[in-house]
Design a protein around this ligand. Structure first.
Ligand code: ADP
Length: 434
């Protein structure tokens, strides 16, 4: 062990004391006795200061004991350490209170949860928005305070990539957006903000589209009726071939507008209305009816349409919405698959999922388009879509219906070879009957 200067000095002092005691003792013929007494005296002195230090450590609110020499050095070092520690603590407290003040001033609500979902901290905005009382609710489980089933389901999930929307407790006319972000060791940060004004704008937009679509419906029905008359009435000898062609084209375009209006109304309904029914649906019969409906079109194109369904597998959901979902996918397959192509529709259970898939031998879709296909009016090939009577809204409807049935859409496609559109439904959405 290498001794520093103070330690060397203390050691020298010790030996000097013993030597002086031995010297004085030898004058009286008691050198050993004097040395031992001095040694005890030294030990007593050290113990006395050690006890003082221990007492101070046990009760730090007192001032540090006074001492000279080596112990003075030790107490001084401790005093400096304490001062440093206090300074650091003050700095940390300042940063912490600055952070807390900033978090309190956030226009959004913020809550920190422990790994057991107990509230550790919440800012004033979160308390006001969610009805949390900071004096009594800190330390309580968040799921005992926010009881909305949608929030309970969200909290128990492990995927928090998407935010959820909830009515504000006590003020249900206000809409909140809540996003959970995991951090640290299984802790969670909840951010919430009032999106009532955005929701109001969204509702206004949906109402506007819905009203326009409704208003367009009646004149379109009238025009469609007249166009039907004009195209079907062969008795009009005065109508030239060119005019007949024009009428047929007009009839097609009116049909497209009609489908567009219907699809827009479907989308606004899906956006604004709660899922209307959760009944047990015989998907096998539904698919067989859809197949019969599209078969006429398929036959014209000499396509081979096959159906492999598990008739015991029933889906829980809304009949109209699911019909629209499957019809859109099967229709797309028939429309985009060229003459003599093949289309296979499947409905089966695979491990803990119910799977609907439609595979075609159509043109396929390049990879870069896949993530955009469910956007409204997104078309890979606008010409092809329009020629085949598409509205550009089919896959957007599919996505909406799937979201409302906890389903997921996967698209597997190879350009030039064909595509498979797969809808997956989780276990709580299907039953297998005997
Ligand atoms: P559209 O009415 O134009 O078909 P959709 O929303 O149904 O609109 O589909 C969006 C786009 O996705 C289509 O324009 C088309 O380019 C592409 N698409 C959809 N289904 C298929 C398919 N089975 N094969 C190839 N492309 C497809």
């Amino acid at each position: 062990m290498v001794l520093n200067t103070q330690q060397q000095r203390e050691l020298i002092i010790f030996f000097v004391y013993i030597a002086i005691a031995a010297g004085i003792g030898s004058i009286f013929g008691y050198a050993l006795l004097f040395s031992v007494v001095t040694l005890f005296g030294y030990i007593f002195y050290q113990l006395h200061h050690l006890f003082k230090l221990h007492n101070w450590l046990l009760n730090r609110s007192n001032n540090l004991p006074d001492a000279k020499g080596y112990w003075g050095e030790i107490f001084n070092e401790i005093h400096l350490m304490e001062k440093d520690k206090r300074k650091n603590r003050d700095q940390i407290n300042k940063v912490l209170s600055r952070f807390q003040n900033a978090a309190q001033a956030l226009p959004d609500g913020a809550i920190i949860l422990t790994k057991y979902n107990d509230i550790e901290w919440a800012n004033q905005t979160a308390c006001t928005m969610l009805g949390i009382r900071s004096e009594t609710d800190i330390g309580r489980k968040i799921n005992n305070l926010i009881r909305h089933p949608k929030f309970q389901k969200y909290l128990n999930k492990s995927d928090y990539s998407k935010a959820i929307q909830l009515p504000r407790p006590m003020q249900p006319e206000h809409e909140l957006e809540i996003q959970i972000t995991p951090f640290g060791s299984n802790q969670k940060l909840i951010l919430c903000r009032d999106i009532s004004h955005i929701a109001q704008l969204e509702a206004m937009r949906s109402r506007f589209i819905s009203n326009v679509s409704h208003e367009l419906r009646s004149p379109l029905t009238v025009i469609k009726g007249y166009m039907e008359m004009l195209t079907e009435d062969d008795s009009q000898a005065s109508v030239s071939d060119h005019q007949k062609k024009v009428f047929a084209n007009m009839y097609d375009q009116v049909g497209r507008m009609d489908r567009l209006v219907e699809d827009l109304l479907t989308i606004t309904r899906l956006e604004t209305q709660q899922i209307s029914a959760n009944e047990e649906i015989d998907i096998a019969s539904m698919l067989s009816a859809i197949r019969d409906n599209v078969e006429i079109l398929g036959k014209n194109k000499k396509q081979k349409l096959t159906l492999n369904v598990d008739s015991h597998l029933k889906l829980i959901g809304d009949n109209d919405e699911l019909t629209s979902l499957f019809t859109n996918l099967v229709n797309n397959a028939v429309r985009y698959t060229p003459d003599n192509g093949e289309i296979n529709i499947q409905w089966r259970k695979q491990s803990d999922q119910a799977i609907f898939s439609v595979t075609d031998t159509g043109p396929g879709i390049e990879r870069e388009h896949l993530s955009h296909l469910t956007e409204r009016f997104y078309r890979v090939d606008s010409d092809r879509s329009r020629k085949s009577g598409g509205t550009g809204l089919g896959l957007s409807i599919v996505k909406h219906v799937l979201d409302r049935h906890d389903g997921q859409l996967d698209i597997d496609s190879t350009p030039g070879q064909g595509s498979t559109f797969i809808c997956r439904f989780p276990a709580q959405r299907f039953i297998v009957t005997k």
